[in-house]
Each structure stands twice: as C-alpha cells, then as structure tokens.
Design a protein around this ligand. Structure first.
Ligand code: SF4
Length: 521
C-alpha cells in the first residue's frame, strides 16, 4: 500500500520546532496520516493535549469523526483545525465552527506555519508570509513513518515536495491562486534539493509529487530538474517515480527543456504529458476567470511530444458554469480531431472552500446551486455544482450522456480514432438512435438515474453502492464495458449502427475499469 506523507502537518511541525519559545513549551508527537478507525489511535490520542487536523474537502468527514472521538476520550483536550477547508471569511468561519459543535475548539484559516506558531504562543495573527522552505524530511518529522514502512513490508510512502508556493492565476474553481496565495514565493533552491536528496535516499519512499502550481515559471526550474535527474542517477532508483502537480501555463519557454530532461533522464510515472485545459469553451474560460491562460500556447509543447511519439492527455472539468451539453461535446470533438489528444481525465466540478466558486455573490451572479455528496460511511464528502445559468439538471444529464460515449469508447481506445469520422456528429446520431439499441439504452439509462440521483435539487446524497462510488469518485464508469463484453454480439451489432468498431474489440479494460491517466498537469 502506498500513502502520502502528511507534508502539510510536517511543515507545521518543522517550522514550529525551529522556534526556541515553542520548544520550551511544547513537544510534538509523531504525525498520523492513515485514515484508520479513530479507535485504533486511542493510545496516541489519550496522550495528546492538543489535536491539530489539516482539513481538505475530502478528509473533512474523517477529521470530524476523529476530533469527536478524541473529545469523548479526552474532554480536557484541545482541538484545532487548519488547512484549505477552513473558511477565510470570518462570518462563514464562525458558522462553520459552530456547525461542528463542541468537538472543535479553534480553527486557523490560510497558510498555516506562522499562524500556527502565533496561536501556540498566544500572539496576535501577524499575517506574515513564510519565505523559508519548511524542512520536515531532513528534520526527522517523518522518521517514525519510515520505520513503520520498514517494519511492515509492502507499505510505502509518497513524498509531496515544493520549490515554490502560490499561483499568479485565479481560476474560479481553485484555491491555489486567488487573493491570499497569488504571490509566488520562491524557496531556497539548496534547501529544496536537500529535501529531495532525503526523499530519494529512502527506499521506503517510492514517489515524489512536486506540488508547484506552475513548474517552469522560473528559469531556475530547469536547474532544479537537472538536479532531480542527477539524484535519480545517484541513487539508481528504478522503482522511484516523479510526478508534477502543474506546469507553467501560457507557453513558458522553460517547459520544453524541463520536459526533455524529464523524458530522457527521470523516471516519470508513464511518459505522458498531461495538459490542463478544463474546458475548450471561450465563454466558460471567461466565466471561470481562466481566459488569461491560453490553451493555444500549450500547443507547441503538445505537438513536440506528439512528434516524438509520446502520449499526451488532457485534464477537463465537466459541468463548469457557462458550459452546455453542446459546447461540452464540441470541446471533446475539438480535442480529438483538432488537437489529436485522445485521452482525458475528466473531473466532476466540486466546490473547494475559499474559491470564487464558493463565493455566494459569484454563485448568485451565475445562478449556481450546489449539493453535498457523501460516501464511505460519511467519511468522505464533497460539494458539487448541480446547476448554473447555462445548465439545469436535464442539460447536465445530456452532458454526462455525451461524456459516456467519449469515456467508454475513445478514452479507452476501444474505437480507434482513425475509424472515427466526427465525434460530435456520431455521438449525436448515437443518441438519436438510442431507442433501437436496447443494451446501450439500458446502460445509458442506468447512468442517467445515477446522475439524477447525485445532481437533482434537494438534500445531501449518500452513495453506498460500490459501483456508484467508483463512478463518482474515480472513473465516471460503472461496469458498462464488462456488461458489453458479456453481451458482445449484441453490443457490436448495436454500436455498428453508428461507429466503425473493430470486430476483435475487447470491451474490457484493466481491473475496475479505471484507467489511470495522471502525471503532468
Ligand atoms: S487551476 Fe492552476 S492555474 Fe488556475 S489558480 Fe489553480 S493552480 Fe493556478
């Protein structure tokens, strides 16, 4: 099993321990990061006087359970929440804290290292911006976890790393840029390389994730990439994989040399260039404040990768405000026929706290409604957009219809693109003829039922069925392809009405039907 080391917590501890006053007053326990049943942590929690939890959308349910359990067994203990999920708006924050009741004593919004130390020392919040890179790896914050992995063969960890922090853009759905994090802070390069060296030198770490939002935005990033390549050689880690969070947008000339080094000298999880388009609809780009990022400027890099025979995939978001079913399908068609990009990881639009999309004024302006979706015994939950000025529920159902065709047949490579005349036209013809395709119609209706269940106006929805959870939280596929394979002749016959499908096609892909396409954002 591979789990990510809790880097954000590690940064807080690393920074705090460097303050002499803190060391006189506090002792930090080893951080926890595995989402075990809270009762399994009873021993540790009983020894804890202050329980700090970093919150993001997907772990909020778990953190609430853990904090409530902690307060039950240590009523005199103190709980404090931090992380991107804590609302920055004071009124919203007060409400959010009140909603959690007696198990939450304090919360700190915004970047955490300095604010946490100020809270521990009972000092007023200065809002000073951190300039020095926290060094949790070389400070030994995670040593106990490495020991755990050594003692429990088969357990590995991944290491998030960062050489800069912040993003100059302000996309409406993302909490990485925006008002408070829009200034790019470059951390000391040598200190960063020391962190990387520690990561590469530990065999229990098998992956590093560079969490910079725009790697390549600074010229020095080429040197950083050369340093990482040198480390790969020094430690001869054939099992080690390196992944980017985000590459510089708008055609930075630093990106090509970086990608060349990555391609030739670094073991990257698949050699796949993933470009973050999110949408191809100009109206949507304007509404989500991403029209200052030019998709076109990514194209020279895309063409270069395609010319050397490397895979390029895209990242898209379905259901952005301004999108319609037709514009969504046109975007998919554009990607396939004009850009020759045949694979895309598509994400359901979720509301992340402290983003423009989370702002009531913005929601009012674009007639946005949201709803909470839970799964895993309410341990995981996210808020999704169910309506905007450009789509209602039935328009959204249609958007997912179109995506079903793309996701099951093109994204999987089951219909080779050289046998496709027009994704746009053929997808529309497919739905015009759906009544003549009983098997396909059953599968489409099954997805429609699920989409309506998730996105229809009303109270929170709880997903309990394993296939539905997989559809929502991973691949936007149930077991449609397996059903097609089990009814192969019928599936081939029905699809042949619209698509030129190879006779020897196998309607199955590995494992659960989730085809992993991560890598370069
Ligand atoms: S989506 Fe990317 S470019 Fe936009 S604000 Fe977030 S990190 Fe920055």
């Amino acid at each position: 099993m591979m789990a990510w080391l809790p880097y954000s917590v590690g940064c807080l501890i690393s920074y705090a321990r460097k303050q002499p006053e803190i060391n006189e007053l506090y002792e930090f326990m080893d951080p926890l990061c595995l989402a075990w049943n809270p009762k399994k942590y009873k021993t540790e929690l009983l020894q804890t006087d202050i329980l700090g939890l970093t919150c993001y959308a997907w772990n909020q349910g778990y953190n609430d359970r853990l904090a409530a359990y902690y307060k039950r067994i240590r009523p005199d203990g103190v709980t404090i929440y931090g992380g991107p999920q804590v609302p920055e708006d004071k009124q919203a924050r007060d409400n959010w804290q009140r909603d959690r009741g007696a198990f939450l004593d304090h919360c700190i919004e915004g970047p955490g290292e300095i604010a946490f130390v100020e809270w521990l020392l009972d000092k007023p919040r200065s809002r000073t911006v951190l300039k020095e890179l926290p060094t949790p790896y070389t400070d030994g914050v995670f040593d106990a976890m490495i020991t755990f992995a050594k003692q429990n063969p088969g357990n590995f960890f991944g290491a998030p790393v960062e050489s800069d922090r912040g993003c100059p853009y302000s996309c409406a759905f993302c909490d990485w840029g925006g008002n408070t994090r829009s200034k790019l802070i470059k951390f000391d390069q040598d200190t960063f390389m020391e962190q990387m060296d520690w990561v590469y030198s530990n065999n229990e770490l098998t992956e590093a994730f560079l969490s910079n939002a725009n790697f390549g935005i600074n010229k020095r990033d080429i040197e950083i990439m050369q340093g990482i390549a040198a480390m790969q050689k020094k430690y001869n880690r054939a099992d080690f994989q390196f992944t980017f969070g985000g590459l510089a947008k708008n055609g930075s000339k630093n990106v090509k040399p970086i990608m060349d080094i990555m391609l030739n000298e670094v073991n990257v999880l698949q050699h796949n260039l993933k470009v973050s388009f999110q949408t191809h609809t100009p109206e949507v780009l304007r509404v989500i404040k991403r029209d200052n990022i030019s998709n076109e400027k990514l194209m020279p890099l895309v063409r270069h990768w395609q010319s050397i025979g490397k895979q390029v995939s895209a990242e898209m978001i379905i259901g952005l405000p301004g999108e319609t079913a037709d514009s969504w399908l046109k975007g998919l068609d554009h990607m396939v026929h004009d850009l020759s990009i045949y694979q895309s990881g598509t994400f359901i639009l979720q509301i992340t706290r402290n983003t423009l999309l989370d702002d009531p004024e913005y929601q009012k302006k674009y007639d946005i409604s949201t709803k909470q979706v839970w799964w895993g015994k309410k341990q995981y939950g996210v808020s999704v957009v169910i309506k905007s000025y450009s789509f209602d529920l039935e328009e959204l159902v249609k958007m997912y219809d179109y995506h079903w065709v793309y996701n099951n047949f093109i994204n999987t490579g089951l219909i080779p693109v050289d046998r496709l005349i027009s994704l746009y036209d053929q997808t529309r013809i497919f739905f015009d003829n759906l009544d003549q395709m009983p098997l396909m119609k059953d599968l489409i209706e099954r997805q429609r039922t699920l989409v309506r269940k998730i996105f229809k106006k009303g109270r929170d929805v709880y997903l309990t069925d394993e296939k539905e959870i997989r559809w929502f939280s991973a691949s936007m596929r149930m077991d449609d392809l397996q059903i097609m394979e089990a009814n192969r002749d019928r599936a081939l016959q029905e699809l042949a009405v619209v698509f030129d499908i190879p006779d020897d096609v196998k309607f199955e892909i590995e494992g659960s039907g989730y085809r992993k396409i991560p890598v370069v954002k």
